[in-house]
Ligand binder design. Structure first.
Ligand SMILES: NC(=O)c1ccc[n+]([C@@H]2O[C@H](COP(=O)([O-])OP(=O)(O)OC[C@H]3O[C@@H](n4cnc5c(N)ncnc54)[C@H](OP(=O)(O)O)[C@@H]3O)[C@@H](O)[C@H]2O)c1
Length: 306
């Protein structure tokens, strides 16, 4: 892979205090970028990774004002909500967090003549090739619609933008502790048997540092024509298998209790087209699942031992 040099470039990362946002800010900073970050919350631990400001992207006026002030060359839009629950209340929440923020961001980026933007899509959104694309959750619908807007901004306003279709990210720094890998790590560390669904769901797991690199590669080398580009490994491993690997690595004698919780309806099995991504942007993940889980378990041991 060719080296990334961002010396002299100002890059805005939205959702800079989030799981992926922090890793991307760190990656960019190490490659010489002038990194600016936003989220709604104020203060906190992420400040050394970027010049941080509290901005609500649901507020169109505040977003335009911020872009006018910062004048970024590039944008990586990671602000959003990744909850894929089906209850009706999540329609409104994901609409605001994922679609409204993206529309406001793309509009402000166009006004500020940003050179290139990346928005965060998801494995949850329907496959491109599917003849009849039906999103199976409010989250999936919001991500799918955001991709549509990105395409429209390219087609109508000639904006350089792509959507990163990010698969299941795991690794150090994931703060949503109810997600499967943090939950299993913390249960194992505490010596409790983690309770799982059937464990049969096949997932494309991708390590956080690989995702940060892939997003920056897409920013610099992606086509910029509204493409949907997979950021994943192209390999499927079941949730049960991953839970067993963590339990074994923890050496705590725990075993996953399979079938303790009912499976979620309409869960999609999707894996990244990693060959296509490699051809397009010259990126492929480097960290094996085994190694990534070891690093993740070590991080939770050190940071969440209580
Ligand atoms: N993690 C995954 O496995 C995964 C997989 C596929 C796609 N994605 C997508 O990748 C993106 C980042 O995911 P993540 O895991 O890093 O999520 P995360 O940890 O929840 O971070 C998202 C950040 O967005 C900020 N945010 C939310 N609404 C905002 C608003 N209106 N204005 C400004 N900031 C706002 C939040 O900070 P404040 O609360 O401070 O505002 C939060 O720190 C999301 O779009 C997600 O859907 C993630």
């Amino acid at each position: 892979m060719k080296p990334v040099d961002l010396e002299g470039s100002r890059v805005l990362v939205t959702g800079a205090r989030g799981f992926i946002g922090e890793a991307v800010c760190q990656y960019l900073g190490m490659r010489g970028a002038d990194v600016h970050g936003i989220g709604r919350s104020a203060g906190g631990t992420g400040d050394q990774l970027c010049t941080y400001e509290s901005i609500d992207l649901a507020n169109a006026e505040a977003t335009v004002g911020y872009f006018n002030k910062i004048q970024p060359n590039f944008v990586i839009h990671l602000a959003g909500c990744s909850v894929a629950r089906r209850e009706l209340e999540w329609v409104q929440k994901t609409f605001v967090a994922n679609l409204l923020t993206t529309v406001n961001l793309l509009s402000a980026a166009q006004l500020a003549a940003v050179e290139k933007a990346i928005i965060a899509g998801s494995l949850a959104q329907p496959d491109e090739e599917t003849l009849v694309s039906i999103p199976t959750s409010p989250y999936a619908a919001s991500k799918w619609a955001a991709t549509g807007y990105a395409r429209m901004f390219h087609a109508v306003y000639d904006m350089h933008v792509d959507t990163a279709r990010i698969f299941m990210v795991y690794g150090p720094g994931q703060k949503e502790l109810q997600k499967m890998i943090p939950y299993v790590c913390l249960s194992a560390i505490a010596g409790d048997n983690p309770e799982l669904m059937s464990g049969a769901r096949q997932v494309d797991w991708v390590y956080i540092d690989d995702v940060a690199e892939g997003l920056v590669r897409l920013l610099l080398d992606g086509p910029g024509d509204g493409s949907l580009v997979d950021i994943g490994t192209g390999r499927l491993v079941s949730t049960g298998m991953v839970a067993n690997m963590i339990c074994q690595q923890s050496d705590s004698g725990v075993t996953a209790t399979i079938g303790a919780i009912p499976d979620r309806a309409m869960e999609q099995i999707r894996k990244a087209d990693s060959e296509k991504t490699e051809q397009l942007i010259g990126w492929q993940p480097r960290i094996t699942l085994e190694n990534g889980l070891e690093r993740t378990l070590a991080w939770y041991r050190q940071n969440h031992a209580e």
